[in-house]
Design a protein. Structure first.
Length: 340
């Protein structure tokens, strides 16, 4: 099977399952690199050994991260199992080790300063999105994927659909962000109204447009954060309205953090949400549900109560009172001062 045919078959199988477009692009990318690497290997080498060489090369020569190597491994295993029908057995390659590093979360002061410093860029409400990342504990793409039907402003909550792992979850929406969200809905309604007049549909999940074609022009399915420009759907080729791109949020936060001289990434606002809620005594299981964690251990990884409860011997030897922290210090409440 040549490379073009293999990639075409992989795309077809992925779209039948279906998987996310980002997964399709990543798997196709790694399949192309793997096929190119096969040209330098003996043809009589078993498939398991070929994959081992490929993964070992990524770890030793390319110095890729553990998550990157795992993605390549999953893509090639998927190719052999679901496309060729020949599952691999006992792949023993040098795997990149993912370090057990602590998650960095900005302090209350850093978070407050950053949210105040973020500005809207390119005509997009990037400051509102940054506030949603911290205020709801969202991943960068999750607020951008919101549809009008996912908002319930009267009950102060929103629904995150098809998040990591394909699971939906309900998240509380801070009351201080509702005016900003309402203002953005007015903007989105103007875009939707114009698109409806010009019969320009919104991008819908796979298969939904075929089953319910009227949804393409329905207000409940309109994006809360629509893109300024139209684009061609990579799978159907249809001209559609897509949502705002993540790069706008990333650039806005990068500019703000450089201006302040602090190191805060967009995803670390989600870490800050979990850390600050835990430090204020919020039930960890409630935070687990809000953030969509599969395991409670993942949520508890933001809190280091055991290490903070150790009394330093310096306090005992210098005569300082040994009243170490039995529980993490409660963080001050961050008052929301968002203004759209």
């Amino acid at each position: 099977m040549n490379a073009t045919k293999a990639i075409h078959r992989m795309r077809a199988v992925i779209r039948r399952q279906p998987k996310a477009l980002a997964t399709e692009d990543a798997y196709v990318h790694w399949l192309g690199r793997y096929i190119a690497a096969l040209r330098t290997m003996p043809s009589n080498l078993p498939s398991e050994r070929k994959l081992e060489r490929f993964l070992t090369d990524l770890a030793l020569k390319r110095h890729v991260a553990a998550a990157t190597q795992n993605q390549a491994f999953n893509a090639i295993v998927f190719f052999y199992k679901d496309i060729l029908g020949k599952p691999l057995q006992n792949v023993d390659a040098l795997r990149a080790q993912r370090p057990a590093s602590l998650r960095h979360a900005p302090t209350i002061e850093e978070t407050r300063a950053l949210l105040q410093a973020v500005r809207d860029v390119y005509g997009y409400p990037t400051r509102l999105v940054a506030c949603l990342l911290y205020g709801c504990g969202l991943r960068v793409s999750e607020p951008l994927n919101l549809r009008v039907k996912d908002l319930n402003l009267s009950a102060c909550h929103l629904v995150i659909r098809g998040a990591k792992g394909g699971h939906d979850r309900v998240v509380a929406l801070p009351a201080c962000l509702i005016p900003g969200v309402k203002a953005q809905l007015a903007v989105a309604h103007g875009v939707w109204k114009q698109d409806r007049e010009e019969q320009i549909p919104v991008a819908l999940p796979p298969g939904l447009a075929r089953k319910y074609p009227e949804y393409q022009l329905a207000w409940p399915w309109a994006w809360v954060f629509p893109s300024h420009t139209l684009c061609r759907h990579p799978r159907t080729g249809q001209t559609v309205r897509y949502r705002m791109h993540e790069v706008n949020v990333q650039r806005a936060i990068k500019t703000a953090r450089r201006r302040l001289g602090i190191m805060v990434l967009p995803h670390e606002l989600r870490h800050a949400y979990a850390t600050h809620c835990l430090e204020r005594g919020t039930n960890p299981r409630a935070i687990q549900e809000a953030m969509g964690h599969k395991s409670l251990e993942t949520t508890m990884g933001y809190l280091h109560a055991e290490s903070l409860s150790v009394h330093s011997p310096l306090e005992l030897t210098t005569g300082a009172p040994p009243g170490g922290l039995a529980h993490p210090r409660r963080a001050p409440t961050l008052k929301c001062k968002f203004h759209p």
